[in-house]
Design a protein around this ligand. Structure first.
Ligand code: HEM
Length: 397
């Protein structure tokens, strides 16, 4: 922490490669296999609670809006895994102020960055920024600060492992300066932001695609239900080897390109790229979305086709995808800025999807949505209402 300068942008927003390297190295043990394994029970606690709530409330004709439920699941687990903060959104079936503050901050961030590009819009932007957002955002920051301080105070009696542990291992001196506390807050806040929106979008989008592709759903249910006679048998470890489930995950990450809004800006240090000199200070951007949707790299790129990710010996392998070029497919990017939460995200996706489709048959009750018409990306993907009935699968005992 001492290597960080006065301006501390944690991980996600840190522009200085050296400061980023220090912060990233300090956090990396929290994402090791052992550290992740220790966090799975907390993840499962929330997934199981969601399943139980869906069993109680999801059978009505009106169904449940999965846009809300997957956001609550992702946010409840993100804050608990960051610093042991229980928001109880799944339990209470309503959004916490903290979630609303995060959403408002996400919107404000994109509006402000647009104003930076078109300064003439700044007065309009300020007028459009709602009073509600202006009150929710400070409330959200203060809420997180209070919880982190509380977490520091009870550092010797933790309920379960969390990311805060990495910033403040047991026995380490507590942060004394505002700068040290601010660093903890920034990193924990970024782990929440990086984790909650992305994982909820990917599960939501998967539901959207699978509900309109009955063949994909049929194969998924077959794979999950045949492999796991009992709910308790569904574990993060066992799920790694299910080909169809994993193909569905890769295909969702391709079609949707969850982190598309970043455009991954990078400031050139002054370098030759592909024979062209890019001067120092030039901001370069790239679009994973364009790559993922390009016919140059994928056959039938706009369709949701998990088959493209299967090995040749899988019965559902389809040779029309044999020439797909996966080299540039990197939903979590690569290199020093790649997503540290990638394994956590994959574990979450597999557990949520498997436990849901093991437990329920699903029926969409809200209107049919069209991907290219009904979905928008601002700083985050919008998730229009998608109401689904959850009908418990009847099994012989
Ligand atoms: C499907 C889910 C996810 C996707 C697709 C995803 C994707 C990405 C991408 C593309 C980046 C690079 C962004 C950039 O350089 O501008 C990134 C960074 C990051 N992600 Fe994720 N992510 C996911 C889940 C998570 C989770 C679950 C966590 C936390 C547990 C997380 C935490 C972060 C953090 C902290 C960074 C900044 C890393 C750095 O700059 O060193 N992400 N993610």
């Amino acid at each position: 922490m001492d290597g960080l300068g006065d301006e501390d942008d944690g991980l996600l927003w840190e522009r200085d490669p050296e400061k980023h390297r220090v912060a990233s190295k300090a956090m990396s043990p929290a994402f090791s296999s052992n550290a992740l394994r220790a966090k799975i029970p907390t993840l499962n606690k929330y997934i199981d609670m969601m399943i139980s709530q869906m069993r109680d409330h999801g059978q009505d004709e009106a169904g449940l809006d999965v846009s809300e439920w997957f956001t609550w699941l992702a946010m409840d687990s993100a804050t608990d895994l960051a610093c042991g903060w229980e928001l109880h959104e799944l339990r209470d079936m309503k959004s916490h102020d903290f979630l609303e503050g995060m959403d408002a901050a996400g919107m404000l961030a994109i509006v402000l960055s647009t104003a930076k590009i078109y300064p003439i819009l700044t007065p309009a932007v300020m007028l459009l920024t709602s009073w509600r957002a202006m009150t929710l955002i400070p409330k959200m920051i203060n809420g997180l600060r209070a919880k982190v301080v509380e977490r520091i105070e009870r550092r010797d009696s933790l309920m379960h492992p969390d990311f805060c542990e990495q910033l403040l291992p047991v026995g380490k001196e507590v942060p004394k300066t505002r700068k040290q506390l601010r660093h903890m807050l920034t990193v924990l806040g970024q782990l929440i932001i990086g984790g909650y929106d992305t994982t909820s979008v990917v599960t939501y989008m998967f539901f959207f695609f699978v509900l309109r592709n009955p063949e994909v759903l049929r194969e998924l249910k077959r794979e999950i239900r045949e492999n796991f006679p009992r709910y308790e048998d569904i574990t993060a470890e066992n799920l790694k080897s299910l080909p169809w489930l994993n193909a569905c995950m890769q295909e969702t990450l391709r079609v949707v390109t969850v982190a598309t809004h970043h455009s991954l800006p990078r400031i050139s240090p002054g370098a030759m790229v592909n024979g062209i000199y890019v001067p120092k200070g030039v901001i370069c951007r790239t679009s994973l979305f364009t790559y993922n949707r390009s016919e140059r790299f994928f056959h039938d790129p706009s369709s949701f086709r998990p088959e493209r990710w299967l090995a040749r010996d899988h019965p559902k392998y389809d040779p029309v995808f044999a020439d797909d070029n996966h080299r540039g497919y990197m939903p979590f990017i690569t290199g020093p800025r790649q997503c540290p939460g990638r394994e956590m995200a994959k574990i979450t996706f597999r557990l949520v999807v498997s436990k849901l489709f093991w437990s329920f048959d699903v029926v969409q009750v809200s209107k049919r949505l069209e991907f290219d018409k009904d979905f928008r990306v601002y700083s985050i993907w919008t998730k229009p209402e998608l109401r689904v009935r959850f009908l418990p699968v009847k099994r012989e005992v």
